[in-house]
Design a protein around this ligand. Sequence first.
Ligand SMILES: C[S@@+](CC[C@H](N)C(=O)[O-])C[C@H]1O[C@@H](n2cnc3c(N)ncnc32)[C@H](O)[C@@H]1O
Ligand code: SF4
Length: 382
Amino acid sequence: MTMTEPFGVYVHWPFCLAKCPYCDFNSHVRHVGIDQGNFVAAYLRELHHFASLAQGRNVSSIFFGGGTPSLMAPETVGAILDRIAELWTIAVDAEITLEANPTSVEAGRFAGYRAAGVNRVSLGVQSLDDASLKSLGRMHTAAEALAALSIAKRNFERVSFDLIYARQGQTLPAWRDELARALEHAQDHLSLYQLTIEPGTPFAALHASGALTIPDGEKAEAFYLLTQELCDSAGLPSYEVSNHARHGAESRHNLLYWRGHDYAGVGPGAHSRITREDAKHAIAVRKSPEAWLEAVAASGHGIEQDERLSPHDSADEYLLMGLRLAEGIDVKRLAAIDGRRLDAARLQQLEAQGLVKRSHDRLRATDTGRLVLDRLIVELAA
Ligand SMILES: C[S@@+](CC[C@H](N)C(=O)[O-])C[C@H]1O[C@@H](n2cnc3c(N)ncnc32)[C@H](O)[C@@H]1O
Ligand code: SF4
């Protein structure tokens, strides 16, 4: 780790207006409302603590994720960005992203976020079909989402949006049509996620009872491959399993996670990777917003876990994250982490099966390989 390596700051805002039935992110609904002033004070204190753990770093990206960060007042975002600038050096070309839900109320705050310093927005459009938005429990229509998208394009240099596909009842021709329309509206970045049934969510219960079925197995693969085909021909190839961009328009913050660089994460449930005394530390902060507030008030931070990763764990993590990327991993860097050499015979086998590709010092998973990434990683890590 050098001081010139990319370094990110992640800020987690844990509140939503309603809980979507598929979502297992650390997001909470508070019908009585919350006092943003208390939260701002706690974010500013916790940032101070994290700056003491990662001194002298140059911040190349900042990401406000959630939950629903577009429920934050622009002044809250501004105060957090000002504190980050006091504690670290922010690169002049830093990418500063905020995740936003595409309702008209939230779009009304976009100019305020821009004025506070945000230069990239990632909108949770999820679908361009109203019936699907309803069954996903979303609080916006497709028309409202598209209106929010144009307001975002007017306010920010860079705009991305998310869609969820392989949904209940969705056919391949319907997805082809929906994705083609999405590509017409896309600027230079799209996140396209296959619907995942997350344990403990209302969708998991419906799925278990048979009331909700989604494409799986070969059907799900066909959705994935169609997505690659359409995005490739639109000039937005995937640079990560679910993320597509024109060359140069990749999310720098997300790349930092997959390339194994350091980041400080503040706010309830945030995670960090910070290299200290030659070892990477995996740090996790308390998930409950109220418990986090109390912990920060008592000790200046809400950290509940700080694990010094062994070189072996760090190398496994690099492999796991890096193979999600189209650029793959640098095998020399992998070797530098824990001295590991990948088994040549096993690599040859995987290459013959069309699952990986090697060129010079890089190892990449192919499109087919990325369909079975979990198995691939287990085989490579063995
Ligand atoms: C932190 S979440 C949500 C951000 C924002 N609150 C929203 O809903 O638009 C980021 C993205 O993860 C995706 N996502 C969340 N749960 C998912 C699931 N179970 N399956 C697939 N995608 C999911 C959605 O596309 C979502 O926009
Ligand atoms: S998908 Fe977004 S809006 Fe819905 S509960 Fe999750 S974080 Fe909140």
